[in-house]
Design a protein around this ligand. Structure first.
Ligand code: SAH
Length: 345
């Protein structure tokens, strides 16, 4: 990682990678734990202050690593939600959302600059992917928000801009760092990754030793409709996706969340609810119905309240576990990629 003289961001290494670094420079592995404690428990942002690490090693660290964090260039605050627009070292912009629930604080982080999945209803996909986020840029979103609010968050959802399974390695490293008891220490059960359904990577995820929550953006109960809304369905159609989810559940013994945005007159009819119920019957899943956040640019409308209630009722009658997602932040364009998109134009 550093043989070529490249400077890395220290927030981008798992503790295990940092142990390997110390071993390579002829130092004891446990220094990695000390560094983690400085970074994530004491929240020190300067290597000078690593006072239990001797000066010459500190100097070596300073040569090899930076501690740059994303910059907040816009922060919008509402009662139970805050929206952050970050600028990265190359001036690219991403966003994160802080939500206050009665059970604690959660942060929705971005995983890529833009997104290539091209879902028709999604604001983030309107702006094509520029690049993956580096691990430290994901960790940074959390550290910066926590330092501004002076509170610790209790859960993380990887549901911001980007398709996390399209940036698999960096996202997994991020999960390891935030889950590490010496890192940000967020329990696996409090970490949720949402994907549009990249089958091979879902399989990889089922082998991961950290058992996070998996959410699948389904949004349609049949291929014809899903093909129209989500181009990824042409590569990974429903039948294979459902098989993969079933395998995932079998392997991990974990309940999977099925996300379903309700789009007016598109996928919100009773027949869609029944079709969805048939698709999911017998699976250890629950459906999270998402009231659509209307955006300026896309020709989709939110289903009305009655339609949402009816859809919910139908699923319940069909014995499918279902909840309706609470709406956050539409008043401050906190919804799904809108802040960045407004800035980028
Ligand atoms: N790419 C991943 C994660 C980012 S999107 C995925 O597809 O799951 C996070 C969730 O927000 C997805 O379920 C996505 O379909 C949904 N979403 C996108 N635009 C939305 C909008 N305008 N209103 C409500 N949900 C939206």
């Amino acid at each position: 990682m550093l043989e070529n003289g490249e400077i890395m961001n220290l927030y981008g290494l798992t503790r295990q990678e940092l142990e390997q670094y110390f071993t390579r420079i002829g130092e004891k592995k446990f220094k990695a734990t000390q560094v983690f404690e400085w970074l994530y428990q004491h929240r020190v942002n300067s290597m000078e202050e690593f006072s239990n690490i001797k000066k010459e090693i500190r100097e070596q660290l300073q040569k090899d690593f930076s501690l740059e964090l994303p910059k907040v260039i816009k922060r919008e605050v509402d009662t139970d939600v805050e929206k952050y627009l970050f600028e990265l070292e190359d001036q690219e912009r991403i966003e994160a959302v802080l939500m206050r629930h009665n059970y604690g604080l959660s942060v929705c982080v971005s995983s890529e600059v833009g997104c290539n999945m091209g879902c028709k209803f999604c604001e983030s996909g309107r702006l094509k992917k520029v690049r993956n986020l580096e691990t430290h840029e994901m960790v940074g979103q959390i550290l910066v928000i926590e330092s501004l609010i002076k509170e610790r968050i209790s859960s993380v959802v990887i549901m911001g801009i980007g398709e996390p399974l399209d940036n698999y390695d960096n996202v997994i490293r991020f999960i390891k760092i935030i889950n590490d008891a010496k890192g940000i220490s967020i329990g696996a059960r409090h970490i949720t990754l949402s994907t549009c359904g990249i089958i091979p990577k879902i399989k990889d995820l089922s082998e991961l030793e950290i058992q996070i929550n998996l959410a699948i953006s389904l949004h349609a109960p049949n291929d014809a409709l899903r093909n129209k809304l989500m181009p990824i369905n042409k590569a990974y159609p429903l039948k294979e996706l459902m098989e993969t989810i079933n395998d995932y559940i079998k392997k991990t013994n974990r309940r999977v969340t099925i996300e379903y945005i309700l789009l007016k007159d598109v996928n919100d009819k009773k027949e869609h609810a029944k079709e969805l119920a048939n698709l999911l019957r017998g699976m250890n899943v629950y459906v999270n119905l998402i009231p659509y956040n209307e955006t300026n640019h896309i020709e989709f409308k939110k289903s009305d309240k009655q339609t949402i209630d009816d859809f919910y009722e139908t699923l319940q009658q069909e014995k499918i576990q279902v909840t309706v997602r609470r709406e956050f932040g539409s008043s401050i364009s906190a919804a799904c990629g809108q802040l960045r998109s407004k800035e980028v134009k």
